[in-house]
Design a protein around this ligand. Structure first.
Ligand code: NAD
Ligand code: AHE
Ligand code: ZN
Length: 375
């Protein structure tokens, strides 16, 4: 198949808010500095549903969604040295070129090299590698993992040991790494510090896991679903608060009371802008930091009294947890293999590619942490 177009199955999103359609897609061979991957497993993340809904200002159709995938390199284009055919890999929606201003800054994991074309749904040369029903189909987040074969830039992929199976490593492609990195890298939670995590889904539970790793003091899980209390405690939460069940007290007031003046670190893992405000205002005066992780729908804006910032609270955010995928993902895999990072526990549902629309349905239900799709 090297150098040839491969015809395989993919889930195609032809239009906003329409179910995905499983059909034959032609996947062109990788050009220079590109890699064609056989995807074995992919997770389904809320960001896929967000773009499918039509609310993502960067979303365009028809497109192959999916950005939490793992598999094996099938072939590589000219000039590719970082991976080779047969390598087990995880696709990276946050690439790492090691050459751009962002990569060299030492201050961020956001790589600028291919961000413009990635946002337009095309490969760095401005064209697509996918065709179905004779039409060009767009790429998504530089990864498009809802296809049995996909093509990505060589900076958008990292090789990992095959000792971790792809149904686990795929989850390191987004949800787990995002939350864990937000706590460990972006916030840099310190020993004994008090942490509140809003939203106990895949991302929030991973923040809790990172807070435990860094020996936080209180780890307070905040969720509107009481069913998440057991989950949160399993991942290291010391306390659980359901904000809908507080009488005459706001969630920020309750958290300030529980932590003698406010949290050292808070995390929004919901994408709700009202929650983002509460998370900022639950921070300790003088130093508390709130990290926005959730993706809010188009047109939504955050607000608070500027006095909150004047008095020392810090508002920030991160993508992919602030983790540099090519440099740092293999270390997370080692942590998993050494029993220091939970991954298996996140998988609550499984579906074959044919039933990927059920995975989207299940994701919206309260008992689903992650559904892994077997390609
Ligand atoms: P999820 O749906 O599994 O979890 C969200 C949790 O928030 C649920 O348990 C839900 O009950 C809870 N919740 C909802 N409203 C709430 C409220 N008002 N107060 C408290 N809890 C509330 O989602 P997830 O997969 O964990 O993703 C969380 C968010 O992170 C999404 O917006 C997703 O798009 C985003 N995300 C961002 C990045 C990034 O790099 N920045 C990466 C992955 C996901
Ligand atoms: N395209 C959206 C923004 C979506 C977004 O924030 N994506 C995150 C990853 S979410 C993963 O589940 C991200 O990586 N952002 C950084 C970047 O460069 O895209 C919009 O609103 O336009
Ligand atoms: Zn995601």
């Amino acid at each position: 198949t090297v150098g040839q177009t491969i015809t395989c199955k993919a889930a195609i999103a032809w239009g906003a808010a329409e179910p995905l359609s499983i059909e034959d897609v032609e996947v062109a061979p990788p050009k220079a500095h590109e890699v064609r991957i056989q995807i074995h497993h992919t997770g389904v993340c809320h960001t896929d549903a967000y773009t499918l809904s039509g609310k993502d200002p960067e979303g365009a159709f028809p497109i192959v969604l999916g950005h939490e995938g793992a598999g094996v390199v099938e072939s590589v284009g000219e000039g590719v040295t970082s991976v080779k055919p047969g390598d087990y890999v995880v696709a990276l929606y946050t690439p790492e070129c090691r050459e751009c201003k962002f990569c060299k800054s030492g201050k961020t994991n956001l790589c600028g090299k291919i961000r413009a074309t990635q946002g337009k749904g095309v490969m760095p040369d401005g064209t697509s590698r996918f065709k179905a029903r004779g039409k060009d189909i767009l790429h998504f987040m530089g990864t498009s993992t809802f296809s049995q074969y996909t093509v990505v830039a060589d900076i958008s992929v990292v090789a990992v040991t095959p000792k971790i199976s792809t149904d686990r490593s795929c989850l390191l492609g987004c949800g787990i790494t995002t939350g864990y990195g937000a706590a460990v890298v972006t916030a840099g939670v310190e020993e004994g510090s008090n942490v509140a995590v809003f939203g106990a889904g895949c991302v929030g539970l991973s923040v809790m896991q990172g807070a435990v790793k860094n020996k936080a003091g209180k780890i307070i899980a905040v969720d509107v679903n009481d069913g998440k209390e057991a989950w949160a405690r399993k991942f290291g939460a010391t306390d659980f608060v359901n904000p809908t069940k507080l009488s005459g007290q706001s969630i920020q007031e309750r958290l300030i009371e529980m932590t003698d003046g406010g949290c050292d670190y808070t995390f929004d893992c919901t994408g709700n802008v009202g929650v983002m405000r509460a998370a900022l205002e639950a921070c300790h005066k003088g130093w508390g930091e709130s990290i926005v992780i959730g993706v809010a729908a188009a047109g939504q804006e955050i607000s608070t009294r500027p006095f909150q910032l004047v008095t020392g609270r810090v508002w920030k955010g991160c993508a992919f947890g602030g983790i540099k995928g090519r440099s740092q993902l293999p270390g997370l895999v080692d942590d998993y293999l050494n029993g220091e990072l939970k991954v298996d526990e996140f998988i609550t549902h499984r579906q074959p590619l044919d039933a990927i629309n059920s995975a989207f349905e299940q994701m919206k239900q309260g008992d689903c942490v992650r559904c892994v799709v077997d390609m």
